[in-house]
Design a binder for this molecule. Structure first.
Ligand code: SAM
Ligand code: SF4
Length: 317
């Protein structure tokens, strides 16, 4: 279905949980989330009904996200059922990777085609600092497991943080020579919950091009990523610039939170509740949300933070 600005909305990001086994400083508070009652969250059946309703309106790509989707006990059943929904052509997952050593083959069997793994540093001490509780070796084991499980594509997402990982841009980009992966650098988005990051932390993707002048521009975009390549590399380097060059004009997505709220725009507080609705009600609500997509969100900066009203783990990124 097209929105009011002629954009074809064919991509749903489904958050299956707000909880996470990490506590990344730019994403969520140290103490985690305030416990919500089970009844407030979407059940697996409600999630599937929402996916079916979205697919009936032209959504064909589904990304399962969170919080950390792989801590969800019924994650394999969710993936299996979602990939069987008529009209859904692609099921992808975004994960911190730490549970992939146990789950990668089963996810592949459950119909997941593509996996994005979040990895902001290759330094164990820095990984522990940015995630507050994580161990780098688990995430790297997850990357290896994903590569062995035969997914159609494995991508690595790295949030660029000035003074934290800008010195690692060449080493991180070099992963595209070592492995058949795409390495995507993403600008840190100023959310209400990440005020500990000052202006120096928000660096544009152009820093990657300054650090790596040998990157060759590709002719293709991959969704919202501008693609580049290192010579001899097996995968691309992607630059995703939601802050320095927002891509609202090409936005084709809707987000569904784990507590059942549709967000027409990541950076707006406007939400449409699906919890408790039947198929027809969900379908109508999805249409309403699509038609409520704004032309663009306001420019983001340290002084003009996202108006979303939720921490990122409660949206899904
Ligand atoms: N837990 C999974 C993970 O980390 O991949 C999925 C959920 S996480 C919220 C989805 C993506 O959002 C991750 O790649 C994460 O790095 C990104 N993210 C979280 N907060 C962000 C922020 N403030 N700016 C840019 N990206 C952010
Ligand atoms: Fe968890 Fe992902 Fe947020 Fe990190 S970015 S705290 S792994 S949800």
């Amino acid at each position: 279905m097209k929105d009011d600005f002629g954009r074809e909305i064919n991509y749903l990001r489904l958050s299956v949980t707000e909880r996470c086994n990490l506590r990344c400083r730019y994403c969520m508070p140290e103490e985690g989330i305030c416990k919500k009652s089970h009844e407030e969250m979407l059940t697996e059946d409600e999630m599937m009904m929402a996916v079916e309703a979205a697919a009936s309106l032209g959504v064909h790509k589904l990304r399962i996200t969170g919080g950390e989707p792989l801590i969800k006990k019924n994650i394999l059943s969710i993936c299996r059922r979602a990939s069987a929904v008529e009209g859904i052509r692609e099921v992808c997952i975004t994960t911190n990777g730490t549970l992939l050593p146990e789950l990668a083959p089963a996810l592949r069997e459950a119909g997941v085609q593509r996996v994005n793994i979040s990895l902001d540093t290759l330094d164990p001490a820095k990984y522990a600092r940015i995630t507050r509780v994580g161990r780098l070796e688990q995430a790297l084991a997850g990357l290896e497991a994903a590569l062995s499980a035969g997914f159609e594509k494995v991508k690595i997402n790295c949030v660029l943080i000035g003074g934290f990982n800008d010195d690692e841009i060449p080493a991180l980009a070099d992963l595209t020579r070592m492995y058949p992966v795409d390495m995507r650098f993403i600008e840190l988005m100023p959310m209400s919950g990440n005020q500990e990051f000052g202006p120096e932390a928000f660096i544009p993707c152009s820093c990657v091009l300054e650090r790596l002048p040998e990157l060759e521009a590709g002719s293709r975009h991959d969704g919202v990523a501008q693609l580049y390549k290192l010579s001899g590399a097996r995968g691309n380097v992607g630059l995703i610039s939601p802050v320095s060059a927002h891509f609202c004009g090409e936005c084709n997505r809707l987000r569904l939170t784990a507590d059942g709220h549709l967000k027409p725009c990541l950076h707006s507080a406007e939400e449409y509740a699906l919890k408790g609705l039947d198929f027809a009600g969900m379908r109508r609500q999805i249409q309403t949300a699509i038609l409520a997509k704004p032309a663009m969100h306001r420019p983001l900066s340290v002084r003009s933070r996202s108006l979303t009203g939720r921490a990122m783990n409660r949206i899904g990124g």
